[in-house]
Every structure is written in structure tokens, then in C-alpha cells.
Design a protein around this ligand. Structure first.
Ligand code: C2E
Ligand code: MG
Ligand code: MG
Ligand code: MG
Length: 275
């Protein structure tokens, strides 16, 4: 790094940045090894019908069972996987694993459950996405409508025309599209109208103080109205109390997710909880 040389020849590449860059590199190497060693695991969080009906399926959430540090959440390694491109490999693994799990659950007496998988921006921009999704569904003998791909507003906004093309390809295949963390990005209504999505997932920032904050309630209610008019299914995430649950149902949400209803758990526990 020859750039950024300072006045007296010292670089602006400070010690702190150096350490952090080293740590990142180490983390990346570890993550590569972790994938080879099968240390990645999926947890599953149930999605419930808001009207008090049962589980309709799950969202797969990746974790790293680190030998020294314990179970690490995606926020600790997804960013570096994304920056390094490793996310493509990790994403393929997540999709395959989630579909394999759904096939098992279908065979174990829950043939109507669906599976949601999160996509990162890089995966979304990858040219292989359509082919990978198609092959994976076929491999596990799953009809496409059982799979929902969750993309955040921000992800889908990065290259609008390219995104629309990919989304159309996926929906033509029969795969469902959820716009995750809705309300936190900057997508225009015009863009939303053009997006072939099937679901809006209201960000938990609007759910947290729903009962105390009239503005949040008004926002949720507007998103529900917007979603209705665009014929989208409305999901609320981050439901932590019985009060929020009742209110979100009253406001017209179709599906709910959150610690109050079910935390992300491993596949065995998910099945036990549903029984
Ligand atoms: P997300 O897709 O919006 O997932 C929801 C996050 O909220 C999950 O965190 C979940 O555990 C958490 N959550 C669920 N219910 C509640 C609740 O009632 N209260 C609170 N406070 N939190 C709740 P997690 O598992 O740490 O995942 C964080 C993010 O990491 C996800 O946000 C998603 O964007 C990303 N992610 C997770 N798995 C994958 C993956 O396989 N691939 C990619 N690309 N991203 C993933
Ligand atoms: Mg999600
Ligand atoms: Mg979300
Ligand atoms: Mg989120």
C-alpha cells in the first residue's frame, strides 16, 4: 500500500486499521476452513399465520458453530463473506441445505410447509442464480412455490434493471420473492410496483414500539394497505409480545415471525415444536 503516504513518510494506514485488516483476513481464512469442516449450521425460525393459525413454514438463518467461540450469528461473518465473494459458496450451501431440510419435513408429514432463504447482494447479482435455484429445487424434488427468496429493499435497488430481470426469471420459475426489512430502504413506489414480489416483510423497527407509538402503527397500517393494493402478502418480523401479535393481526398482517411465536432453532427442535 503505497498510497496515502503521510507528511513524514508514515502511512495513514494506522496500527488499528492494520490489526483489524489482519483480523479480517484471519476470520476469512477461518471461515473458508469452517465451510470445509462442516461447521456452518442452519437454524429455522417459524412463520405463523397472523390469525392464530399454525406454522406455514420456516426461514433459514445461517450460524457458525465455531470450535472455540461457540455459535456465531450471521452478522459476525456475512459481511466478510460478502466482501470476499465467499458468500457465493456459502449461499449455495445454505440453499441446498435448506431445500434438503424442507424435503425431509415434507416426507415427515408436513408436505405444505415452505422455506424462506435470504439472499445477499452479491448472490443476487450473480449470473448463476437462476440456474442454481432451478437445479437445487430439482435435486430435492421440490415444487418452486415452496421456496421464498428474501431480498432486502437495498439489495434489489442496487442495479434496478438487472434486479428486475432476475426477479422476473425467478417468479416465472414459480419461486416466491419476499422484500425483507421493508421500510428501512429507499425504494420508490414506482419501483415497488414494477417488482414481481409476492411478499412484503415489515422491518422489526416498526414493530418494536407498535403499541406505544401511534406513528409506527400508522406506518404498519399504510404498508398493509400498500401491500394489499399490490396483492402482496404481508409479514411482520420481530414480534416479541402477545400485544404486538394481536395488534398486527388487527392491522391486517397475514403472517408473523418473532421470538414471541418462535425463536430460530435447529431442525430437530423446529420439528418438535411443531408437533
Ligand atoms: P433477517 O433476514 O431480517 O432475519 C431476521 C433476524 O431477526 C434474524 O437474526 C432473527 O434471528 C432475528 N429475529 C427474529 N425474531 C426476532 C425477534 O422477535 N426479536 C429480535 N430482536 N430479533 C428477531 P439473525 O439470524 O442474526 O440474522 C440476521 C441477518 O443475517 C438476517 O436478517 C439476514 O439478513 C442475514 N442472514 C441470515 N442468514 C443468512 C443467509 O443464509 N444468507 C444471507 N445472505 N444472509 C443471511
Ligand atoms: Mg430474512
Ligand atoms: Mg428481516
Ligand atoms: Mg434484518
Amino acid at each position: 500500500h503505497t498510497k496515502d503516504s503521510g507528511r513524514n513518510g508514515h502511512t495513514f494506514f494506522t496500527e488499528a486499521m492494520h490489526v483489524s485488516a489482519n483480523r479480517q483476513l484471519k476470520l476469512l481464512q477461518e471461515l473458508r476452513r469452517a465451510m470445509q469442516r462442516d461447521e456452518m449450521v442452519l437454524h429455522y425460525q417459524p412463520k405463523f399465520r397472523a390469525d392464530g393459525g399454525g406454522v406455514i413454514g420456516a426461514e433459514a438463518l445461517v450460524r457458525w458453530q465455531h470450535p472455540g467461540l461457540g455459535l456465531l450469528g450471521p452478522d459476525t461473518f456475512i459481511p466478510i463473506a460478502e466482501r470476499s465473494g465467499l458468500i457465493l459458496q456459502l449461499g449455495d450451501w445454505v440453499l441446498d441445505q435448506a431445500c434438503a431440510q424442507l424435503r425431509q419435513w415434507h416426507d415427515a408429514g408436513h408436505p405444505d410447509w415452505s422455506m424462506a432463504v435470504n439472499l445477499s447482494p452479491l448472490q443476487f447479482a450473480s449470473t448463476n442464480l437462476l440456474e442454481t435455484v432451478k437445479t437445487t429445487l430439482e435435486k430435492h424434488a421440490l415444487a418452486p412455490h415452496f421456496l421464498t427468496l428474501e431480498v432486502t429493499e437495498t439489495t434489489a435497488m442496487q442495479d434496478v434493471e438487472a434486479s428486475l430481470q432476475i426477479l422476473h426469471g425467478l417468479t416465472e420459475m414459480g419461486v416466491k420473492i419476499s422484500i425483507d426489512d421493508f421500510g428501512t430502504g429507499y425504494s420508490s413506489l414506482l419501483y415497488l410496483k414494477r417488482m414481481p414480489a409476492t411478499e412484503l416483510k415489515i422491518d422489526r423497527a416498526f414493530v418494536r414500539e407498535l403499541e406505544e407509538n401511534a406513528e409506527d402503527a400508522a406506518i404498519v397500517s399504510s404498508i398493509v394497505a400498500l401491500g394489499r393494493s399490490l396483492q402482496l402478502q404481508i409479514v411482520a418480523e420481530g414480534v416479541e409480545t402477545a400485544g404486538q401479535r394481536a395488534y398486527l393481526n388487527e392491522l391486517g398482517c397475514d403472517l408473523l415471525q418473532g421470538y414471541h411465536l418462535g425463536k430460530p432453532v435447529d431442525a430437530e427442535e423446529f420439528l418438535r415444536n411443531a408437533a
